[in-house]
Design a protein around this ligand. Structure first.
Ligand SMILES: C[S@@+](CC[C@H](N)C(=O)[O-])C[C@H]1O[C@@H](n2cnc3c(N)ncnc32)[C@H](O)[C@@H]1O
Length: 225
């Protein structure tokens, strides 16, 4: 795991003051307070885009949807149903705006955009084939509440995330959780907790970065039950 100084350094580029963002021709206007997607975000975007994580016909939960790229890609890749959720109201609104801008009006029966602390707003009985989460699992403290929410919630958020999925049985048979974790978070501790809750991990992709981010090792992980 990186040292606190290194984690602080690699997070200096985090943008929460809004701005324009483009992913493979997909243009987004990101409001202040919402994470402007970065390289880690794109590890999940790429997996959806190139089909490493298939969602055709799937019920998909996008946890922490932020600016809303994942819901757009999920609809474009044929998801049957999408729940885009975030604890931050402006992020949910931003996701819905991006979704309708790029894929047309949402179908209220199939496309749900919910302000939610983890799965609290997910209606009882729902099960997902794919749950995506680029989590704010870095263990530093910040005085900036937006930075804390998008990056620095520590391992606790992943403990609750896996606990809720396991105890509420939120994965459909054969379903999986796809998440991105690096050595800027407590990867071993988080994975150990998932193992204790019965999840089986699989490394889908490893990503390294060029300087000044060359100490970061990022893992795209899949967890099944
Ligand atoms: C690292 S950002 C990822 C945003 C977007 N998915 C991306 O990759 O660019 C983490 C997101 O999780 C949201 N978040 C933080 N705590 C949360 C919670 N308890 N429940 C739901 N969402 C949460 C944040 O508001 C933020 O949008």
């Amino acid at each position: 795991m990186l040292s606190p100084g290194e984690i602080e350094q690699v997070n200096r580029g985090t943008k929460v003051l809004g701005g324009d963002y483009v992913y493979r021709g997909l243009e987004l206007t990101v409001p202040s307070g919402v994470l402007v997607p970065g390289g880690t975000s794109e590890v999940i975007f790429d997996a959806l885009h190139d089909g490493l994580v298939g969602v055709q016909g799937a019920s998909v939960v996008v946890m922490g949807c932020g600016a809303g790229v994942e819901p757009v890609l999920a609809r474009q890749r044929g998801a049957r149903e999408i729940y885009a959720m975030d604890i931050h109201e402006a992020s949910v609104a931003s996701s819905l705006a991006s979704f309708e801008r790029h894929t047309g009006p949402r179908d209220p029966e199939r496309h749900h955009f919910l302000v939610s602390d983890l799965f609290s707003a997910l209606p009882p009985g729902r099960r997902a084939d794919v749950i995506l989460f680029n989590p704010p699992a870095n263990p530093l403290r910040s005085d900036d509440p937006d930075l804390t929410r998008v990056n620095f919630s520590g391992s606790a958020i992943m403990v609750s995330f896996f606990d809720e999925i396991a105890s509420r049985e939120l994965l459909a048979p054969g379903g999986r959780v796809v998440t991105v974790l690096s050595n800027a978070s407590n990867l071993q501790g988080i994975t150990a907790h998932a193992l204790r809750r019965g999840f089986k991990p699989e490394l889908l992709r490893r990503k390294t970065w060029s300087a000044p981010y060359d100490k970061i090792l990022t893992h795209l992980l899949s967890f099944t039950l």
